[in-house]
Design a protein around this ligand. Structure first.
Ligand code: FAD
Length: 423
């Protein structure tokens, strides 16, 4: 005999836990089924462990593909400020960081998960871990869910394949996407959606590091600099941002490149794409060259490394000197004006060719997913399957970095949970 609930939430991640709380507050009996050994595992890794859980500047423009009319209705139903209030109600104090990013005041993602867990526990909501839903079927009596016992990572042998089944009047699919499979990311939820008759657009990694053709980046692996970044392709500027640029063995990462990665991936389908980093955006080109000229006089008799010391990261200066054809062994005073100009140009416009992105293993969010035309923007209810709701990353909706993706997860979860609690 299957256990029967008013609402079953498939996936105990950001949107699923918010949905379970709201459905329970609405008076429904709720069960959360989670395949990981604990719920909320991905939340712990967000914002480098600090959880950038929302942003004070949430608008439809922060999301892709352009879905203004859908999100206008969503944000009218749950104004963006309500997300911070939802967490305030769970006892979580928050602080605003750079660019309107919201974090828990403790700067600990664990506190976000604990606040959600505490509320679920206090409300008596069952969260069944290590339970992977393998099929969801709609019949005259509601939904039948089939599941199997999932194997914890540390257990080598597979558990006895115990088949489990559950019944629910309403189901909230909150399985997330395939990013970071090492902490439970999976594309299984899209399979469940397709099985229920939903259309799923092609999936690709977004907010993801970029690979470059140039190999000098390898020498700079681990170096972080602040820069103004410009993405170009097909003779156009495709995007620009200011922020941290992290060099890696394969290319570039950090908040700046991650922000531009979606535009880069799209443009790469049409032709070559370049990223140009201005490491001294506060200086105009002539002003910067004058600064360097002046330094060659100050350090005329000294080695070139004395001339570069204090400009920017030493390894970056070395790489720029090599690119400009400057022999570091020469003293600053005898560097030819042409080479000095080339050095200035490299630091004001370090240009690399983007050859691709890393995969889902390194991406923070999934582009593509459940067709928004099949989903109600206020209840996140399916227009195809009565009683089914779809939330978070499963939707064909992804946000910029800065707390927008978690914001969407909480928002869709809260609205779906409220609607699913209605008989
Ligand atoms: C490293 C990293 C850092 C990030 N940092 C930020 C950030 O700071 N700010 C921000 O806004 N966004 C951030 N994101 C994105 C954000 O984490 C996601 O957008 C968000 O978690 C999506 O919520 P979700 O509920 O859709 O899915 P998830 O939070 O991924 O939850 C889905 C859950 O469903 C479970 N599940 C899947 N399939 C099944 C199944 N068949 N049966 C049972 N359970 C299942 C999974 O195990 C998982 O626990 C980050 C992502 C990553 C990977």
């Amino acid at each position: 005999m299957e256990q029967k609930f008013d609402v079953i939430v498939v996936g105990g991640g950001a949107s699923g836990l918010a949905a379970a709380i709201e459905a329970s507050r609405g008076g429904a009996s709720v069960l959360v089924l989670e395949k990981n050994h604990v719920a909320g595992r991905k939340i712990l890794s967000t914002g480098a462990g600090k959880c950038n859980f929302s942003n004070v500047r949430v608008t439809p423009a922060a999301y892709h593909p352009p879905s203004a009319s859908f999100l206008k209705r969503t944000f009218a139903a749950l104004p963006p400020g309500e997300v911070a209030r939802f967490f305030g109600g769970l006892g979580l104090l928050s602080v605003e960081g750079e660019d309107g990013r919201l974090f828990p005041r403790s700067m600990k993602a664990q506190d976000v998960v604990s606040a959600l867990d505490n509320e679920l526990g206090a409300r008596g909501v069952q969260v069944r871990a290590l339970t992977e839903v393998t099929a969801v079927r709609r019949d005259a009596a509601g939904f039948l869910l089939e599941a199997s016992q999932a194997r914890p990572k540390w257990q080598k042998a597979a558990p006895k394949s115990e088949k489990l089944s559950f019944r629910a009047s309403r189901v909230i699919l909150a399985c997330g996407g395939p990013c970071y499979p090492q902490i439970g990311g999976t594309s299984a939820g899209y399979g469940l959606l397709r099985g229920l008759g939903h259309s799923v657009s092609p999936l690709s990694p977004a907010i993801v590091p970029l690979k470059t053709r140039e190999t000098f980046v390898k020498d700079l692996d681990g170096v972080r600099v602040q820069a103004a970044l410009f993405l170009t392709g097909g003779g156009r500027t495709l995007g620009e941002t200011k922020g941290e640029l992290l060099f890696t063995a394969y290319g570039v990462s950090g908040p700046g490149p991650l922000d531009l990665s979606r535009a880069a991936a799209e443009a790469l389908r049409k032709g070559p794409v370049h990223l140009t980093a201005d490491l001294f955006p506060e200086y105009g080109p002539a002003e910067f060259f004058a600064l360097l000229e002046c330094r060659t006089k100050t350090f005329a008799a000294r080695p070139f490394t004395h001339f570069t010391c204090g400009l920017t990261n030493e390894k970056v200066c070395r790489a720029a000197a090599r690119l400009a054809g400057i022999n570091e062994a020469m003293s600053a005073g005898i560097v030819p004006a042409r080479a000095l100009r080339a050095f200035a140009e490299v630091l004001k416009g370090l240009r690399v060719e983007i050859t691709g992105t890393l995969g889902f293993e390194d991406a923070m969010v999934t582009a593509g997913g459940c067709d928004l035309g099949e989903i109600d923007p206020v209840t996140f209810g399916s227009k195809k399957v009565p009683g089914l709701h779809v939330t978070g990353e499963l939707l064909d909706l992804d946000g910029n970095s800065g707390g927008f993706n978690l914001h969407l997860a909480w928002t869709s979860g809260i609205l779906a949970g409220r609607a699913a609690a209605q008989k």
